[in-house]
Structure formats: C-alpha cells, structure tokens
Design a protein around this ligand. Structure first.
Ligand SMILES: *[C@@H]1O[C@H](CO)[C@@H](O)[C@H](O)[C@H]1NC(C)=O
Ligand SMILES: *[C@@H]1O[C@H](CO)[C@@H](O)[C@H](O)[C@H]1NC(C)=O
Ligand SMILES: [Cu+2]
Length: 740
C-alpha cells in the first residue's frame, strides 16, 4: 500500500494540471526593484561602480527626488483590495460575496439541492459601455455585478448577481450545445481517473511502464457527431516520466482513455499502438540544471537595460496604466488572459485624450492537429473556451519573462467551489528599448548640409504567458508613442509528439503517412495550425465608426498616355454590412483595412482612422464542413467586422466545450447586419502553420508573429516629432562593483 501511496503522490505532483492549481498561486512575490535595485543605487548615490562617461553632466542630487518606481503587486493586499474603476476585476471580497449569494439561491442553496454543482466562472459583469464611457474618476462607482456560470446536473446556468443588493438579477439555463470552460478541478481530476480502471493499469504495466512514472494530460474531445451528446467527455493520454521532466517527449502512443468528466467513469479505452516503443528520455530534459552547457560557442556577457530614473509608466489604482501619451485599463481574465480597455492616446497638438479602442482581448484560439488517426483526430484545441487562456497563465519569471523594472499584476480567480485564489505575477508591464529607431534622417554630403536626426524607439509592453499543457503562448500588447499598437503572439514550449517505430528516415517507406516530421528516434512532431483570434472593439474618436477597404488595383494607361503601361490606384469602399467585411487576404488583390470615424475629419478633410496591418496570415485550408473547422469557423476569414453586441465577445461561442459550431463569429456575421457608421468590432486572426522541425526538439525556440493597429490620418502630422534624442549625460553607465 505504501508504494501505491508513493505512486499517487508522485503522480499528483508531476501531472501538469495539478501544478496549475494552487501551488503557484501563493509563491512569494519577487519584486525586482527591491533586490536588484541597481538603477536606484546607481543614480541616487552615484556609487563608485557607477559612472557616466560624461563626467561634467549629471548632478546626482537631481535624482534624489526621483520617486521610487510604483510598487509591484507585492504591495497590494488582495484581501482588502477594493475596486476603483467600473472595469476593475472582482476582488477577493466580491468573489466571496458572489459565492455566498449564489449558495443561498435555489437551486444552488444547500437546502434545495445538495447535489454538487461546479462554478465555472465568476467574473465582473461589465457595466454598459455607455455608462463606462461617461464615468469619470471621482464619480461614484457603477453598480458592481458578477457574471456567473454554474454547471448543475449537466445544465449550464448563467446568472448575473448584483453585489450591492445581493440579488440574482438574471438567471437563464443555457439550451445551446456545448459546456463552459473546464475548471482546474475538472482537468486535474480527469488525469487521475484512469487509475481507477484495472484495464488501464494492466495495459500500462504490460507496456513495461511503471505506474509511478505516469503523467497524463486531459485532452478536450472536440465534437464529431451525435454520440458525444448529453454528457461532458474528455480524453486522457499518458506519458512516461521516467528519466526526464519532459514527459511530453515520451508518449505512450495509441492509448486513449475516454472519460465522463462529471462521473469520472471510464467510458472506453482505446488501446492501440502497443508495438510502438516509448521514445528515449536521453536529451529531452530542458532544465538549466540538466542540460549540457554550451561549450562550442562563445559565451554572451550579461545584458540589461538601465532606467536611471525608473520607468516612465504609472499604474494608478491598481489597473489604470499611464505611460507617455497612452492611458488604458488593464486586467487579467480567466478566459481571455489579458483585457485592455478604454485605450486612449493623447493628441500632441491639443493635449486631449482620444479614444482608440474600447476593449481588446484574445477571444479564442484554435489549434487543429493534422492526423486523422484514432489517437489524434480529436486534437483540435480551443484553448480559451475549453481550458481558459488566463487560467493557464503561469507566474512570470522576473528578469527572464520580463526585464528589470517591470510591474507585475496578479489575477484573482475562483476555484470550482467559488473560493477565490491569487495567481501571482500573471501579467507584467514594462518599457522596452530594443535599440530600434523611432524615426531618423541624415543628409548626404552632396547636399552640403550636416544633419543627422535620430530618435530612439521606446515602447510599453503588456505581457502574459499561458502554458496550455505542453504549449506556451506569449501574448504582448505593445504600445508605441506614435500611436501604433502591436499585438504579438509568440509560440514556445513543447511540441505534442507522436510515438513511431522509426528511428531514421531511411526506414520510412515512401507511401507511409507520418503526419509530421521525424524529430528524434521514435518521435514525430505532428503538423498542426495555431489560430489566435482577437476581439478589437475599436472606438476611433468615438463609438460610431466605419470599416473601409482601400483596395489597391492596377490601372492601365491608354496608348500614348505615358511611357508607363500601368500604375496602382487606391479605391475606397465603405463596408455597408457584415458580409462586406469578411476578409480573406489575397497577395495579388491587396487592400488596406481602415476603421474610420466618418464624422471626424482632420484639418485638411481626411476621416480619422486606424488601420489593421496584417502579418501572421496563415489561413485554415481544412474542409469548411470538417467538424473542427465548423467549431473553429471564426478562422474562415482573417478579418471580420460585426456591430457591437455585448453577447458576441467569444469567437467560438460562449459554450465552446463540445460545441457544434452554432454560436460562432461566422454564424453571427452571416446575419449581415449594417456596420456603416455604427459601433463596430474588428476581429483579427493571427495564424501559424506549424510543420515541426528538429530544432523544435526537445523544446521550441520562440516563433512569433504580430499585427498592428496603426493610426491613419488620425494625427495631423507625425505625432513624435518632438520626442528628444538620447544624450550621453542622461544615461549613466553602471559597472559591476568588482571592476570599478
Ligand atoms: C491502478 O494503479 C494505481 C497506482 O498504483 C492504484 O492506486 C490504483 O488502485 C490501481 N487501480 C486499480 C483498479 O487497481
Ligand atoms: C451613433 O449612431 C447612432 C445611429 O446609428 C446614433 O443613434 C447615435 O447617437 C450615434 N452616437 C454618437 C456618439 O454619435
Ligand atoms: Cu505549433
């Protein structure tokens, strides 16, 4: 019995989803500016190891009055935290209160039904947009309401609870197909469940694997037809942990356990691929302590960016970010990860704060694998609606995930029984200086003028990193002083791989389908796609906007008109309805895509606007009637525009788990509603095709793509004409104490 206990313990510690729960949430928060406050010592005291090359210039005293950088979340006491802004996430106290109102409300009150229900969501029910737009600091806070999703006896209940009155003010039972985002407890308990089945144990042992070395993953089943209806199902697949922390590289191929997620009963076991060996553990570990240190390449010296006066951003009242000309509200969300709201940029001419985007977030992800066989066909993840993109965001690692002087924000989320917990350091905010140029011009000697004007580019980054089982997604919202917002997704982490009998490509018959690339002996990296769909509620100088396609077309000259035969012309087309704004990118039929405010013109009469500048344009080429593609139909176009509707924020639908694709962005857009001069929402999908390669083994170097929201006739002229260049005197050079 003792060994069984040890087995279970080891199992529990190492299964990934268990890690997700509470272990990380109370880690002591490390605040870089306390321990590594080099810049403060450096500038405040001008210690001997800190010098400026230009000795005449700075007076250290000047810096004595520099305020300390705003504290990180370390100083926030979550237990006493109160909301300050209408969009602030629910506090610990508010989540407690929501839970207590819910548990005294039938059918959830213990008196009427003691049968178990699970709380899948407690988040702020955002007040009406109109009210938020009119709210000013100093006004009384808008009524605080919680949006709650509870699963009871297989039915999803959606409630709105008013926290001031303590009343449930809305309660509907969902009749649509699909289930809410899994709870951490769903995922964690599913990985254990197969062990209650003797057949499962037997096949593990028969395959020569010690039950103590098992690590299992909960894999969403997708939806492939009638037989999956009326209960929540999940598939579990396992790996061997023996000899490595990177169990993902040691799949127990072909073994799939189908579970009822609510009863935790094994519904079926598919036990195929017994002849496929488990790939070796050697060279799969990626931990610094375990890998051979580089010996054959030159070492890099330490590198860090100094901010002698501290960062230029401020976080007011916990969530309001103010930086140079930008202001926006920032909050963590269990489903979206990061939500940016009320993004406004200050006009350099008038000093006025101008609206750009009311709300921006990751709405859904879609990750279909390209292997139709029994153990793989269902791997078509929708990481936000199935797993909770924010729930999977792990604490960021200071100095590695985010540089020195970063501010860290925590997430506060409920467990399945409604008790709040803190996910510390979930988001970071920092200024980025990567040596890039904001603008420049130099005159060549032929003009006889000596001009060299260059401005450095410094940006503000909001970052989150979600580890959805094996994969890591890094999401950056990068704000530039020229008004541009860059939204970037980086892919790293570990591939989901497949076991194979082959150890060399020379063994693979010509006609054999590998479904991917042989990455190492017995390991295939299966081809897959990643789609990340963003919800962008643009409000360019106000809510009523239009979507304009600026189509570039070839004009041919008439005979004799010009030595040129052809040139390009820009044709503007204002989209009237949603179908006009279903955009598939075409390299040889290019368009700029503008969101403009038709009633706000510049001095010289152009409508003010922002354009979406695409990149990461991989498009899904699956059959539109393939069940995963029907559920992921929001990727059928790269850009969509819909009229604002507060019930249309999740591109795959509110209930994505086992959904049939009946409530997606693609379905809404088919209504073909008017979108001209209306409050509109822009949707953009960043796409990646991923044909794995050997460099992706045993862990992937980050691959990233980004798209931009860029001002177009929004400012009267270059908005960063007046930013100063860098001067030597402002940039003291710090040296390590030993070398001073
Ligand atoms: C399967 O093995 C685990 C781990 O050794 C053990 O705890 C569990 O009881 C076993 N299940 C059955 C049904 O024997
Ligand atoms: C936006 O347009 C609607 C009509 O579509 C109008 O009722 C509303 O007043 C407009 N809002 C603003 C802020 O101009
Ligand atoms: Cu990938």
């Amino acid at each position: 019995m003792e060994s069984a206990r040890v087995t279970l313990l080891k199992f529990s510690v190492l299964v990934l989803v268990v890690l997700l729960v509470l272990f990380f949430t109370r880690l002591p928060i490390y605040h870089p500016s306390d321990k590594d406050a080099n810049f403060l010592d450096c500038t405040t005291y001008y210690s001997p190891w800190c010098t400026s090359k230009n000795r005449f210039q700075p007076k250290p005293k000047l810096y004595l009055h520099t305020p300390k950088p705003k504290p990180s979340s370390m100083t926030i006491n979550h237990d006493t935290q109160v909301p300050n802004h209408p969009l602030d996430p629910l506090t610990i106290q508010e989540i407690h209160k929501t839970r207590s109102i819910l548990t005294s409300y039938p059918p959830f009150s213990s008196s009427s039904s003691s049968s178990s229900f699970a709380i899948h969501t407690i988040v702020l029910e955002e007040p009406d947009k109109e009210l938020v737009l009119n709210w000013k600091k100093g006004d009384p806070l808008l009524p605080r309401q919680a949006s709650v999703i509870v699963l009871l006896k297989g039915k999803s209940h959606v409630l709105i609870i008013d926290l001031d009155s303590g009343q449930v003010i809305n309660h509907v039972t969902s009749s649509s197909n699909g289930y809410p985002v899994m709870t951490i407890e769903d995922m964690s308990s599913s990985t254990w469940a197969p062990l209650s089945d003797a057949t499962f144990n037997r096949t593990i042992v028969d395959r020569g694997i010690n039950l103590a070395d098992l690590a299992c993953l909960p894999i969403s089943t997708g939806w492939f037809g009638k037989k999956e209806e009326n209960r929540r199902l999940i598939k579990v697949q396992c790996y061997s942990l023996q000899g490595t922390a990177n169990f993902y590289m040691r799949p127990i191929e072909g073994l799939t356990v189908l579970l009822d997620m609510d009863t935790k009963k094994v519904v079926g076991i598919s036990d195929m691929g017994r002849d496929i060996p488990i790939p070796k553990a050697e060279n799969t570990d990626y931990r610094y302590s375990k890998v051979n240190k580089y010996s054959k390449v030159r070492l890099m010296k330490p590198i860090s960016i100094e901010q002698p006066k501290g960062p230029s951003f401020e976080i007011e009242d916990g969530h309001l970010v103010k930086w140079v000309n930008w202001e926006f509200h920032l909050k963590p969300d269990p489903r979206a990860g990061v939500i940016i709201s009320r993004a406004m940029v200050r006009d350099p001419d008038t000093g006025e704060l101008r609206n750009v985007m009311y709300k921006g977030m990751t709405s859904e992800l879609f990750v279909p694998y390209m292997d139709p066989t029994d153990a793989w066909y269902f791997k078509t993840y929708m990481d936000a609606g199935e797993y909770g993109f924010g729930l999977q965001a792990m604490p960021l690692d200071p100095l590695n995930d985010c540089p020195r002087n970063a501010y860290y924000m925590d997430g506060v989320f409920p467990t399945a029984d409604g008790i709040p917990y803190v996910r510390s350091n979930m988001i970071c905010v920092f200024e980025r200086y990567a040596g890039d140029i904001g603008w420049r011009h130099a005159e060549s000697p032929i003009t006889g003028m000596e001009i060299r004007e260059v401005r450095p580019k410094v940006t503000l980054v909001v970052r989150m990193a979600a580890s959805v089982a094996n994969y890591d997604y890094i999401v950056d919202w990068e704000f530039q002083t020229d008004g541009l917002i860059r939204i970037k997704v980086g892919l790293s982490g570990i591939l989901m791989v497949k076991g194979t009998p082959y150890v060399n490509m020379n063994q693979v018959p010509e006609e054999e389908k590998l479904y991917g690339t042989l990455l190492s002996e017995n390991v295939i990296g299966v081809i897959h796609d990643h789609y990340v769909t963003f919800y962008l509620d643009m409000d360019v100088d106000g809510s009523n906007n239009s979507f304009v396609k600026v189509n570039l077309v070839r004009e041919e000259t008439s005979p004799g008109e010009s030595p040129r035969r052809s040139y390009l012309k820009a044709n503007r087309h204002v989209a009237k309805t949603e179908k006009d704004a279903q955009i598939k990118f075409k390299l040889y039929d290019p368009s700029e895509l503008h969101v403009i405010n038709p009633s706000k013109l510049t001095r010289i009469g152009n409508p003010v606007g922002y354009k979406v500048v695409p990149a990461g344009t991989a498009a899904s080429i699956l059959d539109p009637k393939d069940p995963p593609q029907m559920r992921g139909a929001f990727t059928n176009n790269q850009v969509w525009v819909t009229p604002y509707n507060r019930n249309e924020q999740w591109a795959g639908g509110l209930f994505v788990y086992q959904s049939h694709g009946e409530d997606t962005l693609a379905v809404w857009s088919e209504k073909n509603r008017p979108i001209e001069n209306k409050d509109i929402v822009l949707w953009y999908t960043l796409g990646f095709h991923h044909v794995p390669c050997q460099e992706d083994f045993p862990i992937m170097p980050t691959v990233s793509s980004s798209f931009d929201l860029k001002p177009v006739n929004f400012f009267e002229s270059n908005p960063i004409l007046n930013i100063p260049p860098n001067f030597e005197k402002d940039l003291p050079v710090c040296r390590a104490a030993a070398s001073a």
